[in-house]
Ligand binder design. Structure first.
Ligand SMILES: [Zn+2]
Length: 644
């Protein structure tokens, strides 16, 4: 059956074939033997890959089916998206490696520990390859290619693939952004005609606001690898840090008139903290991709357009950690087929290019395995020498007036496996640690650049981004306790069961949440416009919040319950007052206090509104402050009554 279809391929140009008689053999390399006990994608998802855009639920079903059928695959759910979709990770390797997977992981991690790495024999160690698809949900050919990639890795037979699976641990993420992929597939499938219009103006190519690029709250997940504030990133970074892969590939789409891009990017825009050897390995990988794309006749380009500068992107983040990150960009058909300057670009063609470079990546990491393993070992071994040359020996970072922000900053460092220590001023981060380059990437203020152009983000000094107090130190101070876990801080209550009023300051990150909760319970809250003092000497600046016990609908006992909740949940310190008198500042009944009113918030969305900006605000109000916001589409806003 397969041979007959293959011979058909030789007489019918691929683009026509893709439209009329799409078959799995269009994608697969010639002559590959396949294990018939492994289900094909079509047998589970109900259509040939590329005929429709796979929805995330069907993709999940297929990955579970592969896990069940193949002893090369184990599947785990690493987390969930905001919309409750599972984040899947398939570990794909030989059955023999699966039996020793934990000891392989432990040994692999020793490559990143200079105290242990010298004695390791890389000849006998597998490489670790993290392969991820379509972090931008509307760049769907990556995730659709992943169906074939996973099928091939489970089903292909013969000495070559078996050798590869013996020598590689593949961490396979079939969808980096399930909510975005699902949103996009729903749209594009719902606008598909039987006789596809290839006109770029067709509705199929114009998904509605906000588009499928982003996650539920309209964040670009491919800018979140370093700060990892979103559940998709957190699950992924946990796995990355558990395994410390040698290679990470990131499958995207670009403009319809382009061809196919693989890294390296523009050489003058490689971040200076990335060792030159990283780019040398990237070029060596490129030779494998070029050869594979030459074989199927696909056009491609490299060393142009894209760059390896911002470490918060998937293809650059690994460069701070002894790995190599690779960006792939396929010209987008967006829908199922679209005209381009290169002729009609069909979705299956886009999928085939990604699948082809998935295989060339597997081949490349195998051929270059020892070089990658040695590079990773050297990367961590040379960190001490690099930090010795650096005049900055440590960073001290903290937020004295906001322990919750300090906590969240610490959380971020823990997530990234940074060594840091508790100090009176917050945290001390020594430069001399295996993660020296990652620490430097997070903390340095870079103001000079070799090139004046960037793909996008050019500066991101994280203590400044978090609004932290921060200092570079020329000597390492005495280190306190190493931080290995952090708990959300609980506020202190000074003067419990107050008779007269409760006061808290406005510095806390969660102060808006606390205020909104009080107002929601019908408690009257005032804000001071002048300074005042507690009898214990504590001085309150303008902006402090005051809840008097008189003039309230709730009893003092009920109010104290909600006040304690602020200390517990929001990490804010509370002061109880038993008198309103203050001769040094204003007294609590002063007209310098203004009453706060519970806000009713609406935000205009859609139309020309930036989804990234709107989503950031929605996420902040909804998930951090628990404040409801009405998202009013522009078209509704024009006729809406917004008096309330
Ligand atoms: Zn992209």
């Amino acid at each position: 059956m397969k041979n007959a279809l293959l011979s058909l391929l030789f007489v019918i140009p691929a683009s026509v074939f893709a439209q009329t008689q799409l078959d799995l053999s269009y994608y697969l390399p010639d002559g590959v033997k396949l294990d018939p006990s492994i289900p094909t994608p079509k047998s589970v998802i109900g259509h040939e890959v590329g005929e429709w855009h796979v929805s995330h639920d069907r993709l999940v079903n297929y990955m579970y089916a592969l896990d069940k059928a193949s002893d090369r695959i184990t599947l785990e759910v690493t987390g969930h998206t905001y919309e409750g979709r599972p984040l899947l990770l398939l570990t794909i390797t030989s059955p023999k490696n699966h039996q020793n997977i934990e000891s392989i992981r432990q040994q692999h991690l020793q490559l990143t520990d200079p105290a242990k790495s010298a004695s390791l024999d890389v000849k006998t160690m597998p490489a670790v390859f993290y392969l991820g698809c379509s972090i931008h949900g509307n760049e769907a050919s990556g995730a659709n290619a992943g169906l074939i990639g996973a099928y091939y890795l489970a089903a292909a037979q013969g000495p070559e693939i078996e050798k590869y699976l013996d020598n590689t641990i593949i961490l396979f993420d079939p969808s980096f952004n399930p909510d975005g992929l699902h949103r996009f597939s729903s749209w594009v499938n719902s606008r598909k005609s039987i006789s596809i219009s290839v006109d770029a103006n067709d509705t199929e190519h114009h998904e509605p606001w906000p588009g499928g690029r982003t996650n539920h709250y309209w964040f670009d997940l491919n800018r979140d690898w370093l700060v990892a504030q979103l559940p998709e990133s957190q699950a992924r970074i946990r796995k990355f840090q558990q395994w410390k892969p040698n290679l990470l590939t990131d499958h995207h789409e670009q403009g319809t008139n382009a061809s196919f891009f693989f890294m390296p990017g523009v050489q003058s825009r490689v971040h200076p903290l990335t060792p030159p050897k990283n780019q040398e390995l990237t070029r060596k990988l490129g030779e494998f991709h070029a050869k594979a794309l030459d074989q199927i006749g696909s056009l491609y380009f490299t060393q142009e357009g894209y760059d390896d500068f911002y470490y918060g992107k998937g293809s650059t983040y690994p460069d701070t950690q002894g790995a190599v990150g690779i960006l792939f960009e396929q010209a987008s058909s967006r829908g199922h087929a679209q005209e381009s300057i290169n002729g009609v670009l069909r979705f299956p063609f886009a999928i085939r290019n990604h699948f082809t470079t998935m295989l060339s990546s597997v081949k490349a990491i195998n051929e270059l395995r020892e070089e990658f393993l040695n590079y990773q070992r050297d990367f961590y071994k040379t960190a001490a020498a690099e930090s010795a040359k650096d005049p900055v020996k440590a960073y001290v970072v903290g937020a004295s007036k906001d322990k919750t922000r300090e906590f969240h900053f610490g959380e971020m460092m823990l997530r990234q496996n940074v060594d840091f220590y508790k100090s009176d001023a917050g945290f001390v981060v020594p430069a001399n640690q295996p993660n020296y380059r990652l620490v430097k990437a997070m903390f340095e203020k870079r103001t000079k650049f070799d090139d004046s152009l960037f793909y996008d983000i050019s500066s991101w000094t994280l203590p400044l981004a978090f609004g932290m107090d921060y200092q570079e130190l020329k000597t390492v101070p005495a280190l306190g306790t190493k931080v290995t876990e952090l708990k959300m801080p609980v506020g202190r209550i000074t003067g419990d069961n107050a008779k007269y009023a409760y006061v808290f300051e406005s510095y806390g990150y969660y102060a808006p949440r606390a205020i909104y909760r009080l107002l929601s319970h019908g408690i009257r809250v005032k804000v001071s416009n002048d300074v005042f003092n507690h009898t214990d000497g504590k001085r309150f600046e303008r902006g402090a919040l005051m809840v008097s016990l008189e003039n309230q609908d709730l009893s003092p006992e009920q109010i104290s319950v909600y006040i304690k909740e602020i200390a517990q949940k929001d990490g804010i310190d509370i002061w109880g007052f038993n008198t309103g008198l203050d001769y040094k500042g204003v007294s609590l009944g002063s007209n310098s206090f203004s009453a706060l009113h519970k806000p009713t918030i609406a935000m205009v969305i859609e139309g020309g509104v930036s989804a990234n900006d709107a989503g950031e605000m929605w996420h902040l109000l909804d998930t951090r402050f628990n404040i409801p916001v009405t998202l009013i589409p522009q078209s509704v806003f024009n006729t809406a009554n917004i008096n309330k």
